[in-house]
Structure formats: structure tokens, C-alpha cells
Write a protein that binds this ligand. Structure first.
Ligand SMILES: *Cc1c(COP(=O)(O)O)cnc(C)c1O
Length: 457
């Protein structure tokens, strides 16, 4: 029942913005499985995690009971520089498609880092500063996370050391310069600055790297320098918590106009934007208050939900991080160097993995060229140049809207538009020149990688 005329863009007032993050785990009957120590295989203790992560972030990581976590004022202040993000009614897109569907997207790309990752970066930098640390280390794939973290570190006056997947480092030199503008140091990974990097280079001398490798290097650097901790831009429970701000804003804006989505769609790399967007909606679903159809979209080249195993696995190639129970392609899986770098991770958030295992949402995979067709179409109609990662969600939103055109159903579709694609123009160039290919791993390739999964006890 939509009771008011709905504007093109719905912005919350400052006073209406969320003051707490929502911890979806509190409402989950089946909690995500605990992290395990990579050496001993027993549940990891807080003091062990605190050697790698900041103290308060460790607490958030392990807390599956607290429903609402107040957002510290310093973080709220930073959020106000670029939030609320707009919830857009895609009137132009609906008209062009000739669909009776009503399409909405939550646009997270209107900050300089160009994606939703800033929501968690600022939180992680804040807690590191509060703990009195000197700096943080991290990895970045496509560069969005590294950029977001360098902005957050500059704001709080922290040193920021970024390991950037080599293929992106070479393809996206401008991203690197943005990070350096905010004071970060950027090293292509694998590198010879860490033991694990040297080992990986010896085994795969020409590798373009992967997120899994870069994570190992960043963790090694964090634990070998006093006053440093490691921070991660996705997958972890704490990141899902911070990203709930996306869904909370969306839900508040929709409630004001009596809008109820039938379908919620998001791209899934490590799961943080999808987990954040769906959090309050999934909460209602878990509490039996309302049902939603939720769809995760992943690349066919890195299909962790649709073709992965639900098992304990290492989070990094070097096997030094805790093990998580998740949908995974195996920590040895090195995805093809396709262009949605932010989706090229072998695993998936343990929270989303558990929800998926419990049948609470669906997943589909799409091929790169179909994604760029959707990206280009969207850019021409709605004006925004989307990130390739975001265009995975656009692809499925368009397909759902076209189905409504066939059936005449007036469904309400909500999708997450996670970022902009200004640094992805090499990929757009390949697409326009007709040089873009689709890679789909063969079953044998996945089997080889599954063979490296740790033995389940
Ligand atoms: C990193 C990224 C993603 C995917 O990461 P999630 O943790 O799954 O959200 C999606 N879109 C953009 C623009 C990204 O930068």
C-alpha cells in the first residue's frame, strides 16, 4: 500500500539516520559456526583474535547475542559527510523497460572511494585509533577497499599499508594514486616483502595474485610490526554489522512511504553489501514477521554460493588466518582475472553462508559479458556509471523487471547499487571493443581445489 507520491530520490533527514548497527546474528536460530584456529583446529579465543584484529572489533566479531550496537559519535560524524545515501526510484529505467515493476536501488557510490566499503572502513579505523594503534594493514582486490580504508585512516591519523592484488595494481594505476593521495602505502601482491609472498611467488612466478594471497601478506605484516593490526573489508561478521547501515537506511526510507520490496537483489563477493542491505529485512523474515525473496548474484567465474561447498576452510592462501565455515571454492582457488575484482574471493561470509544453507535466500551466477551489457544499459538510462560488481545486481534486477513485463506483475524490486565504475574503464574498453570473454571454471578445476579443503573432524 503505497500512500504518498514517491520522489525520484528518498533521503532520510539527519535526525532519522540509524544510530545503531543491527546484528543479524542475534535473530538467527542457527548461528554461524565459530572461527577455528588454523593450527589447532579448536574454536578461536578472543585473546588469540586480538593479536590480529583490534580489540573492540574482535568483540564485535564474536558477539552473536547483542541485537543493536550503538554507533560511536565519531563514526556518526564521518557518516554524515556522505550519508544518508539515496534510495532511488528508477522511474527512467521502468519506463524504458516498459515494465509494470517498481524498481528501487540504494546507491552507495556517492563518496570519493566510490563504494559501500567506506561504511566499515571508518568503523575499523576508529576502533584502531581508539586502541592507540599506529596503523593497520590490509589487502585490496579491485582497490575499492584500499581506497576506503586510506580515506578513513587519513581522517583518524593512522598509517595505512595496503597489499593490492597485482593484476589490479597493474590495471588500475589511478586507484593506487588515490590511495597514496590519502597517505597509504601500496604494495603489489604477491610481493617479496613477506615470507608468504615469497613462497607464493616461488610457486607461481607469473601470478596476477588473488585476494587470498594478499590477505596472507597483510596479516603477516600486521603481526610482525608492533602497534599494527589487520583489517578486512568483507566476509567478517564485524563488517556485516557495520554494513547494516545500508539496510537500516533503506528500510527506514521505504517505511516512510509504505514501500515493501518483493525481491531484494545484491551482488555477492564476500557478502558484506548484500548482508548489510538485507539485514533488517532478513531479520523480519527470521522472526516470522514478513517474507521477502532475496537473491545473491555472483560471477560465473567465481561461484562460491552456487557451486561451492559449505565447509570449514582457510580464509587466505597462506593459511594463517582463522578457518571459517562458509561456502567456499577452496582457499587454493585462484579466480580468473575477470573485471569484477571485488567479487573474486573464494569464500563467503559465514553469516550469509549459514542463511543460504538454511534456505533463506537464493543465489544465481551470471557471466561477465551479460553483466557489462546490463551496466551499459543502466548507464545510458539512469545516468550512473556502475562498478562491474554492482552491475551483477543490475543484471538480475533487469531480468526480473523483464519477467514482470511478460507476466504483468507489479512487483517491487530493490537492489543494491554498490559503487561507481570510473576506475573500471579498461574493462568497459574491452567490452566495447568486443574483446571481453567469459570464463566458467570446469568441474575438474573446482574438484582439484576442493581436494585442498581441511579435513572435517
Ligand atoms: C567490494 C565490492 C563488492 C563486493 O563485496 P561484498 O563484500 O560482497 O559487498 C560489490 N560492489 C562493489 C562496488 C565493491 O567494491
Amino acid at each position: 500500500m503505497q500512500n504518498k507520491e514517491i520522489p525520484y530520490k528518498i533521503y532520510l533527514k539527519e535526525s532519522e539516520m540509524p544510530k545503531s548497527w543491527y546484528n543479524l546474528r542475534a535473530d538467527m536460530k542457527h548461528k554461524p559456526a565459530p572461527l577455528l584456529h588454523p593450527g589447532t583446529g579448536s574454536a578461536i579465543a578472543a585473546d588469540e583474535l586480538e593479536q590480529v584484529f583490534c580489540k573492540e572489533l574482535t568483540e564485535q566479531e564474536l558477539d552473536d547475542a547483542t541485537t543493536f550496537v550503538p554507533i560511536p559519535q565519531e563514526i556518526l560524524n564521518f557518516y554524515r559527510m556522505y550519508r544518508p545515501s539515496p534510495l532511488v526510484r528508477a522511474y527512467c529505467l521502468e519506463e524504458r523497460l516498459g515494465t509494470p515493476a517498481k524498481i528501487y536501488y540504494k546507491f552507495e557510490g556517492s563518496n570519493t572511494s566510490g563504494s559501500h566499503k567506506l561504511n566499515s572502513a571508518v568503523a575499523q579505523a576508529y576502533y584502531a585509533k581508539k586502541q592507540g594503534l599506529r596503523g593497520v594493514t590490509t589487502e585490496t582486490g579491485a582497490g575499492q577497499w584500499g581506497t576506503a580504508l586510506s580515506m578513513a585512516c587519513a581522517y583518524f591519523g593512522l598509517d595505512c599499508q595496503v597489499y593490492m592484488v597485482r593484476s589490479s595494481y597493474e590495471q588500475k594505476a589511478f586507484r593506487r594514486e588515490v590511495m597514496r593521495t590519502y597517505g597509504a602505502s601500496v604494495t603489489p601482491s604477491p610481493s617479496d616483502t613477506t615470507e608468504v609472498g615469497r613462497k607464493i611467488l616461488a610457486a607461481h612466478p607469473n601470478t596476477g595474485g588473488s585476494l587470498g594471497c594478499a590477505i596472507s601478506e597483510a596479516v603477516e605484516r600486521a603481526v610482525s610490526q608492533p602497534g599494527y593490526r589487520y583489517v578486512l573489508g568483507s566476509v567478517l561478521n564485524q563488517v556485516m554489522l557495520h554494513q547494516s547501515v545500508i539496510g537500516l537506511e533503506t528500510k527506514a526510507a521505504m517505511d516512510q512511504y509504505g514501500i515493501v520490496p518483493d525481491i531484494i537483489i545484491g551482488s555477492a563477493g564476500g557478502g558484506s553489501n548484500l548482508g548489510g542491505l538485507i539485514a533488517p529485512f532478513m531479520g523480519e523474515k527470521l522472526r516470522g514477521e514478513r517474507d521477502y525473496r532475496i537473491v545473491a548474484v555472483e560471477p560465473a567465474s567465481c561461484p562460491s554460493l552456487t557451486r561451492g561447498r559449505f565447509a570449514y576452510d582457510f580464509c587466505d592462501t597462506g593459511r594463517i588466518c582463522p578457518m571459517a565455515k562458509m561456502y567456499t571454492l577452496g582457499a587454493d582457488f585462484i579466480p580468473a582475472p575477470e573485471h569484477a575484482g571485488g567479487l573474486r574471493y573464494h569464500g563467503m561470509s559465514p553469516i550469509l553462508s549459514q542463511l543460504y544453507h538454511d534456505g533463506l535466500f537464493e543465489a544465481v551466477s551470471v557471466k561477465q559479458t551479460q553483466v557489462f551489457e546490463a551496466a551499459e544499459y543502466f548507464a545510458r538510462v539512469e545516468g550512473i556509471l556502475p562498478a562491474p560488481e554492482s552491475a551483477h545486481a543490475i543484471r538480475v534486477a533487469l531480468d526480473e523487471a523483464l519477467k514482470c513485463r511478460e507476466t504483468g506483475e507489479e512487483k517491487t524490486i530493490l537492489f543494491g547499487l554498490t559503487g561507481t565504475g570510473y576506475f573500471d574503464l579498461k574493462a568497459y574498453e574491452q567490452f566495447h571493443d568486443g574483446r571481453m570473454t567469459d570464463y566458467v571454471p570446469a568441474d575438474e578445476e573446482l574438484e582439484r581445489s576442493f581436494a585442498g579443503l581441511p579435513k572435517q573432524s
